[in-house]
Write a protein of this length. Structure first.
Length: 253
């Protein structure tokens, strides 16, 4: 009986130890020690959280930086456009100031005038001047006044001289042979009037050849920019040509 009483506690201890050991093995195999202690996991969680915070902060900073740069670019672009607009406006104002026309009453002519200097009239006033020219009975000059003004501007010819030359060579009513050939200033080739294709072509060729050959210093017939200079090669045999052209010019002013 004494042996049985002493054996039972030992058996219990052994059983309890086995159970405890068994439970410990199961627990360790199923749940890792680092999860039980939560040390490494805590570190990973902290690192992940920290990384996420850093990621959000970086994105926000980048976004803010992007917007700031865009605002700077927009500001510079706006300033640049504003500057360009101001510069263009000033240039236009300068052009308007430079283009100062005189009135019809201020127009002056002379026999010794420079035929490459324009009248100084606006197109509207030039048209008015031609409209008031009583010698233009057929209205050839008035009907072509826009073209005449533009050609004189293009080739730098005095408008009144150009009209006076046409009137002197073709007559105010434009003689039939000049109408037929569209040759209004008697440009000749082999003793005959050169044939042009239209009124516009005839007037253009008249202005161009006057400019290129007679009124430009390197022109083949250049002898000066006055009536006397043009007459030297344009109509050398005539003693009345200067008076004729100047009289026609005088009918306009």
């Amino acid at each position: 009986m004494k042996n049985i009483g002493k054996t039972m506690p030992i058996k219990k201890i052994i059983i309890i130890s086995i159970v405890f050991l068994f439970c410990t093995i199961i627990t360790v195999n199923i749940v890792p020690l680092d999860k039980i202690l939560n040390t490494e996991s805590f570190g990973e969680t902290t690192n992940i959280a920290y990384a996420e915070v850093n990621k959000e902060t970086s994105a926000e900073e980048l976004l803010n930086t992007y917007y700031k740069e865009e605002m700077k670019i927009a500001k510079v672009d706006t300033t640049s456009r504003s500057s360009d607009f101001s510069r263009t406006a000033k240039q236009e104002e300068s052009k308007i100031e430079e283009t100062k026309y005189i009135s019809i009453n201020e127009v002056k002519i002379s026999k010794d005038m420079d035929l490459t200097i324009r009248t100084g009239l606006s197109k509207e006033d030039f048209k008015t001047l031609v409209a008031n020219t009583k010698a233009d009975t057929t209205k050839f000059f008035y009907n072509n006044s826009d073209l005449i003004y533009d050609l004189c501007e293009k080739y730098q010819i005095n408008e009144i001289f150009f009209c006076g030359l046409i009137a002197g060579e073709s007559g105010w009513n434009i003689a039939s042979n000049h109408r037929r050939t569209y040759n209004y200033i008697s440009l000749m080739s082999n003793g005959k009037l050169i044939q042009f294709s239209s009124v516009e072509d005839g007037l253009e060729q008249a202005a161009k050849r006057l400019h290129d050959n007679y009124l430009s210093e390197n022109g083949r017939f250049y002898c000066g920019k006055t009536l006397a200079g043009v007459k030297t090669r344009f109509c050398p045999a005539s003693s009345t040509w200067i008076g004729l052209i100047y009289t026609c010019m005088s009918k306009m002013v």
